[in-house]
Design a protein around this ligand. Sequence first.
Ligand code: DGT
Ligand code: MG
Ligand code: MG
Length: 302
Amino acid sequence: MSLYTKKLISLRDWHRVLHIYAKEFSTSKAMAKSKYEYVRTFEFEDRCLQNCWIVVRLDGRSFHRFTSSHKFEKPNDKRALELMNRSAAAVMEEFRDVSLAYGQSDEYSFILRKNTDLYNRRQSKIMSAINSIFSASYVYYWNTFFEDKKLLYPPSFDARIVLYPTDQNLRDYLSWRQADTHINNLYNTAFWGLISMKGLSNNEAEKVLSGTVSSEKNEILFKECGTNYNNELPIYRKGTVLVRKLVNLPPSKSKKHVICPLHVDIIGDSFWEEYNEILNLKDLILNKDFKPDDIFYLVKRS
Ligand code: DGT
Ligand code: MG
Ligand code: MG
């Protein structure tokens, strides 16, 4: 009986037999490679704690410069926000465990189901993959939204990952981001309103708004600029929340999985009651209120 037949009988394990063959007949090149294998031990375990919501937040790097180089409209450029939304939807198309995303200004937060096993919950893999898909999509879809504007240089985004152990922590995180949208947008709308409609300089507008509370900014906007802040577009006031829906799409009326941008309040309870599957980790059920005229992104793979 040959050495290999003996090993085959004693091991009764094809994988191990193959391993022995590979080892005994390996070339010097492969041997040399294995000599360096030890470097892998320098890698460290970066798995996200089980049972926690995983939040990945991306933010445009030096977008002050990027938005002025590309002459984005002030204070809000609708096409730029829609490009951000399209890029975020690309992330959700790729990773089904991203159950919700929220974006405003040059940032986007992606929420991964707390029981996700994506990349074995390895932080660096999750964060880098999401950032890469988002950044590449931002460039890929640029012309779709800015057909008249050349992309002058590659935009880039930083990323961080934060774990939230409770549903309330996750809701508070999203409330924090949406409150930030409100604070910044009200200030920016008043600031640019005073400059473009009242002809104030940047310094003068800053002085007028300095130390004012929300209600005073609303009043300044209304009295000085004739703008009722509540009539500003919801995408500016609320940011964008991307949610998944299962819908009947015409003409075939077959069930399709879509991603929908909403510009609604996510601080109060009603959003979480309507989309209760997110926190309860449930499967999507057919949404009968869906209007196909609204913007949506079709998820092709399922
Ligand atoms: P960072 O994040 O530390 O690398 O620096 P920035 O410059 O990206 O600062 P950040 O993220 O705090 O603020 C976002 C910048 O992007 C801010 O200067 C305003 C600008 N921005 C975002 N959305 C719009 C927009 O729709 N229109 C215009 N004109 N500017 C925008
Ligand atoms: Mg930024
Ligand atoms: Mg930012």
